[in-house]
Ligand binder design. Structure first.
Ligand code: XIL
Length: 384
């Protein structure tokens, strides 16, 4: 389609809008439907990734989709996989030891199904986001029963509807000093290292279809701490595989630091290959780029964030075992940085593909280019 034709149509629609007041309203809300966006940028990320057998999507909170229609429309267009940012964590679904509340995750699972999106579960065994009653209730004698019952109930409820589960999240802490580098947590305290096997076996039993993942952060850059953590994660994965624990994938969170000089394409590529050699798939599960070290100027930050996305994705997507990329949010309108890791200068963070007005940023284009340049995969690792 020629650009001239495109512009005429836009002029035509604008005049129509003037008549009906529809288009200006949509444009005012920041939402520009893909077919109105100029050139290649009009192809949503979901479609670009799909042409390569990859999945692109994002985390979200239920209320963003339920209450923000311009955001919701854009999410449906851009995302082929959805992960609840909070609603499947213990804290969210376990208001009391004997009670589950699935209102929000049911909404998100149904939303994903209605929009032909894959649905990810996050997460079943983690040391954070545990409910207030947990410390007073869970102990050495009941921890295994409670963990197994939780997984059977939660993973069982969405069985066959989940693309992949983060079964265990962030279990490695090299600084903790253990020979196995396992992080101190209530699960480790009550059940020992075996809690990881228990969690994976219980999830495999509850949902034999989902890809079962170990998910972690701080394994993307070449700094010594991250180098050591990659080695500890590889050891853990090797141990689990050699003891036939039903693990199928590694989730790399990829909370990157924009402008960090410590990116090594070789180190990352070698690590990804070693994970793949264990017969595991790889998912990029929580991609964003922290811009707190950068000057306030949005354009400067956006360029650095895009460059960080591009360097990382060009290496990650060259590895055929990588089957999905999720950003930890789609738009700067909703990023956990502003709440949990605000900039010292108070400026809103800009870590994500779309700006707060849902307009594509250089990071969006970096994602698009990375998918366009990626070698095609045989499959997206959809439910077995
Ligand atoms: C964060 C969410 O973004 C916040 O909204 C919530 O308050 C706390 O958790 N690693 C993870 C995610 O695995 O679950 C965390 O998400 C971010 C870091």
């Amino acid at each position: 389609m020629s650009m001239d034709h495109f512009i005429d149509r836009r002029a035509f629609l604008a005049s129509l809008g003037a008549l009906t007041g529809a288009v200006p309203l949509a444009l005012r809300g920041g939402y520009v439907p893909s077919w109105l966006r100029a050139g290649a940028a009009g192809t949503p990320l979901r479609a670009r990734a799909q042409t390569k057998g990859l999945l692109y999507g994002s985390s979200t909170l239920a209320r963003y989709l339920r209450d923000d229609h311009t955001f919701e429309a854009r999410f449906a267009e851009e995302c082929g996989i959805l992960v609840p940012e909070w609603e499947l964590k213990w804290e969210a679904i376990r208001p009391a030891p004997d009670r589950f509340d699935f209102t929000a995750p049911d909404f998100l699972a149904a939303y994903a199904a209605q929009h032909s999106m894959a649905f990810r579960g996050h997460c079943l065994a983690w040391h954070e986001s545990l409910p207030p009653w947990f410390a007073a209730t869970v102990n050495r004698s009941n921890a295994e029963t409670i963990l197994r019952q939780h997984i059977a109930t939660v993973a069982g409820r969405y069985a066959g509807k989940v693309h992949s589960w983060d079964v265990v999240n962030e279990a490695i802490d090299v600084a903790g000093g253990r020979p196995d580098s396992l992080r101190a947590s209530p699960w480790l305290e009550f059940l020992g290292p075996d809690y990881i096997r228990i969690a994976f076996e219980a999830t495999a039993q509850a949902d034999p279809h989902a890809l079962l993942c170990y998910n972690d952060y701080g394994i993307e850059f070449k700094w010594p701490k991250e180098h050591a953590k990659r080695a500890a994660v590889l050891e853990l994965l090797g141990r689990l595989k050699s003891s036939n624990v039903p693990i199928q994938a590694l989730g790399i969170q990829a909370h990157l630091r924009a402008g960090d000089p410590g990116f090594s394409a070789d180190e990352l590529a070698t690590f990804l290959r070693r994970v793949a050699d264990l017969g595991l798939k790889i998912l990029i599960t929580e991609l964003d780029a922290d811009d707190r070290a950068l000057p306030k100027d949005p354009a400067t930050r956006d360029q650095a964030v895009a460059k960080t996305y591009e360097s990382f994705l060009s290496v990650a997507l060259a590895e055929p075992a990588v089957i999905a990329v999720l950003t930890w949010g789609l738009s700067d309108r909703y990023t956990y940085f502003n709440k949990m890791r605000p900039r010292a200068d108070g400026a809103p963070a800009r870590p994500l593909p779309l700006d707060a007005d849902l307009k594509p940023k250089p990071a969006y284009d970096a994602l698009a280019r990375a998918f366009d340049a990626a070698p095609a995969r045989p499959s997206t690792g959809a439910p077995k």
